[in-house]
Design a protein around this ligand. Structure first.
Ligand SMILES: NC(=O)c1ccc[n+]([C@@H]2O[C@H](COP(=O)([O-])OP(=O)(O)OC[C@H]3O[C@@H](n4cnc5c(N)ncnc54)[C@H](O)[C@@H]3O)[C@@H](O)[C@H]2O)c1
Length: 369
């Protein structure tokens, strides 16, 4: 998968295909998991000219009812049993937006049933299940999209391409963080899984997987090893039984000894400087922060800063459009299982390093990417 091919596919506006696609039959689609993210995906899917939502699935009846109301124009069936989606041969495409511990099992079943799959990130929370999912996706002729939607942002596509073309020289080091002012709501809609590390994978795996994916994209690869420490230092036993860290500091080592230091926490006071998220990439010719508005390169030798990509309004559903475009054009999706697996495994590498308090090697996964 070359980055250039991805960039090309992602940059082709959907509207440009409208004339050739208007006669294409609508893709019968189901959504499994109609919570926060699933509802967003459902709305985006309903906007697609080439989609028809035929089934919705959630174990919570109120979520299912709300989603059915949202999708009323397509009059979908509803079910609380996700296996009914898999077994329904008329369904061709499936969105999976359940809690992370269910993703791999559901995605593998859907792939094996011959369906196109859009699986939310992280595509799995254990290396063993990701290995199986990757193998299933590679053996399938259908489309698989991983929900790493930062890759659909044209701003980042432009900036990353310029880095790949050498504008900052060779990458020597990366420094990144994902800091938030507060935890996710303890009694909110995701409170029944998010704080349990066996269901969500932990803050790094569930949330920072986006930031880590961006770094892998820039690095054109993945780290070989990681070390780090994590802790629950602020939200002790909040909510009761919490098993996910609320802070952590890691160092990931990429090929050629390029180090990436990453911190995460959920108690960064809003007024305190240097909060929020950044991905600072330090090269031999200059450096850039990819998450601070318009990515701007600061060159050595005192030159003026160079804006790598101007801020713009992005299509809200570009990633979903890419899913249907890949289905209709019968082409592999650019943001596929390999991208999703690499992102999730990078996060798992960091999480295991923190949990075990030792260096963890990618080679221990037994997954060559
Ligand atoms: N790509 C993104 O930017 C992004 C943003 C938010 C969430 N997400 C991801 O989407 C996923 C869902 O997150 P969320 O915030 O919507 O959580 P959520 O708790 O709001 O929704 C999850 C839904 O799955 C349902 N569910 C649980 N078990 C099920 C089962 N066995 N069968 C059918 N439905 C089941 C729940 O009832 C719930 O409605 C997570 O993996 C999360 O990381 C991605």
């Amino acid at each position: 998968m070359s980055v250039n091919r991805r960039s090309f596919l992602l940059a082709t506006p959907l509207a440009a295909h409208a004339a050739t696609w208007q006669d294409t039959p609508k893709v019968p689609t189901a959504v499994i998991g109609t919570g926060g993210r699933g509802s967003y995906l459902l709305r985006g899917t309903l906007e697609q000219a080439n989609s028809k939502v035929v089934m919705l699935c959630d174990i919570k009846p109120d979520r299912l009812d709300r989603a059915a109301t949202t999708a009323a124009k397509d009059n979908p069936k509803t079910t609380t049993d996700w296996r009914k989606v898999i077994d329904d041969k008329s369904i061709e495409a499936v969105f999976i937006a359940t809690p992370p511990y269910l993703h791999a099992e559901m995605a593998i079943a859907a792939i094996k049933a011959g369906k196109h799959v859009y699986c939310e990130k992280p595509i799995g929370i254990k290396a063993s299940e990701i290995k199986q999912l990757l193998a299933a996706a590679k053996a399938s002729k259908k489309v698989f999209v991983a929900g790493q939607q930062l890759r659909s942002m044209t701003l980042l596509q432009e900036a990353v391409k310029k880095i790949h073309d050498g504008i900052i020289g060779d990458i020597a080091m990366v420094k990144a963080q994902r800091h938030a002012t507060a935890d996710l709501s303890h009694d909110g809609s995701s409170g029944d899984w998010f704080f349990d590390v066996t269901k969500g994978g932990g803050y790094l795996v569930e949330q920072s997987v986006h930031n880590l994916d961006l770094i892998n994209w820039v690095m054109n690869g993945h780290p070989e090893k990681a070390c780090g420490w994590g802790a629950i230092n602020f939200y002790k036993n909040q909510p009761v039984g919490r098993t996910i860290f609320d802070c952590g500091s890691m160092v990931f080592n990429y090929p050629k000894n390029v180090q990436m230091s990453f911190t995460q926490m959920v108690f960064h006071p809003r007024a305190m400087p240097m909060g929020n998220q950044y991905v600072q990439v330090y090269g031999t010719k200059g450096s850039v922060d990819l998450m601070g508005g318009a990515p701007t390169m600061y060159p050595f030798a005192g030159g003026a800063p160079v804006v790598l990509a101007e801020k713009r309004k992005e299509s809200q559903h570009a990633h979903i459009e890419m899913f249907y475009r890949s289905i209709i054009e019968n082409k592999p999706a650019p943001i596929d299982a390999t991208v999703g697996a690499t992102a999730a495994l990078t996060a798992i590498l960091g999480h295991e390093a923190m949990a075990k308090q030792q260096i963890v090697n990618w080679s221990d996964f037994g997954i060559a990417i």
